[in-house]
Design a protein around this ligand. Sequence first.
Ligand code: SF4
Length: 97
Amino acid sequence: MTALTDEDDLEVWIDQELCTGDGICVQYAPEVFELDVDGLAYVKDEEDELCLTPGSAVPVPLPLLRDVVDSAKECPGDCIHVRRRSDGVEVYGPDAD
Ligand code: SF4
């Protein structure tokens, strides 16, 4: 796994194509994830609005990083991706080293 420093701004996105709709991510981090009426999970922006465009990414607030990382680890669809904003490298999720 790639080393991470506090200075790294991270963002998270969900691949809805693989989402099973179980809601584990919403249990871990309801501030960041929410299930929509279609039964799939989406990330939420700073205004608490669901980002319904496929591939939408939102910043990960540092206090919520552990919850978001745990969501990515537990996600049965392997579809939660956390990446560095600076270079787009995935640091947690199915495409992380
Ligand atoms: S944990 Fe993964 S599969 Fe489950 S609802 Fe969240 S994004 Fe979808």
